[in-house]
Design a protein around this ligand. Structure first.
Ligand code: DX5
Ligand code: ZN
Length: 222
C-alpha cells in the first residue's frame, strides 16, 4: 500500500456482477473498497446493507472494506457491519444521538472508526473525539448520489482538518475525501491534505480501471 490510498466507491460498480467488478478494481490497483450505505431517510437514496458486505467476503474479497454509513439511526447497523467483515466504519455525527457511543461500538468491534462531514457540517464535532477516531471523511458533495461535481470549498475544509490532525499529534489519522474526485483535481485535493481518495464514477466509468487508477497515482506522484 502506498501512503496515498485509492478507494473506489462501489456505488458506481455493476451491482448485477458486484463480486467480479470489485475483484477487477482491486486487480487494477485499488487499495480499499468504499462501501456506501444509504437508507432513503438520512439521504434520499437506497443502496445496500450488511448482507452485501458479507457476500463480498464470502466471494473471497480480502481488501479492506471502508463502510460509509449514510443512515439514521446509526447504532443498530454498526454491529451488522462488524459481523459482516467491515474494517473501517464511518458515520455522520448529525445522524447519531450519541457520537461517543457510536464510535465506541465501532472500536469495540475491532474496526477503525471515523466521522463524516457534509459540506455544511462544522468540524467542531471533532473537538472531543480526536483520541477516539482513526479517520476523518470530508464530503466534497452532498451525500446521496455518485457522479456529482466536486464542491471547491471542500479544499479549505481539508486544510482545516489537516491542521486539526497535526495539532492533535494523531498523525496516523487518515484524511479521506469523497465526491467528485477525478484525475484532474486529485492533486489539488492531496495538496489540501487528503491522503485517502474515494472515487466512484471516475473509476467505474472508465473503460480501463487500471489505466484510470494509474493516472490518479501519477497525479499524486507529480
Ligand atoms: C456519495 C457517496 C460517494 C459517491 C462518490 O454520497 O458517499 O462515495 O459514490 O461518487 P463520485 O466519485 O462519482 O462522486
Ligand atoms: Zn461515500
Amino acid at each position: 500500500m502506498s501512503d496515498y490510498l485509492i478507494a473506489p466507491s462501489i456505488l458506481s460498480a455493476d451491482f448485477a456482477r458486484l463480486g467480479a467488478d470489485v475483484d477487477a478494481v482491486l486487480a487494477a490497483g485499488a487499495d480499499v473498497i468504499h462501501f456506501d450505505v444509504m437508507d432513503n431517510h438520512y439521504v434520499p437514496n437506497l443502496t445496500m446493507g450488511a448482507m452485501f458486505c458479507k457476500a463480498l467476503r464470502d466471494y473471497g474479497i480480502r481488501a479492506p472494506i471502508d463502510v460509509h454509513l449514510m443512515v439514521k439511526p446509526v447504532d443498530r447497523l454498526i454491529g451488522d457491519f462488524i459481523d459482516a467483515g467491515a474494517d473501517i466504519i464511518t458515520f455522520h455525527p448529525e445522524a447519531s444521538e450519541h457520537i461517543d457511543r457510536s464510535l465506541q461500538l465501532i472500536r469495540d468491534g475491532g474496526c477503525k472508526a471515523g466521522l463524516v462531514f457534509n459540506p455544511a457540517t462544522p468540524l467542531h464535532y471533532l473537538d472531543h473525539v480526536m483520541d477516539r477516531i482513526d479517520q476523518i471523511l470530508i464530503m466534497s458533495v452532498n451525500p446521496g448520489f455518485g457522479g456529482q461535481s466536486f464542491i471547491p470549498e471542500a479544499l479549505d475544509k481539508l486544510r482545516a482538518a489537516r491542521q486539526r490532525i497535526a495539532a492533535s499529534g494523531r498523525t496516523d489519522i487518515r484524511l479521506e475525501v469523497d465526491g467528485g474526485v477525478k484525475v484532474d483535481n486529485i492533486r489539488a485535493i492531496a495538496e489540501a491534505g487528503a491522503d485517502m481518495f474515494v472515487a466512484g464514477s471516475a473509476i467505474f466509468g472508465a473503460a480501463d480501471y487500471a489505466e484510470r487508477i494509474s493516472a490518479m497515482r501519477a497525479e499524486l506522484a507529480a
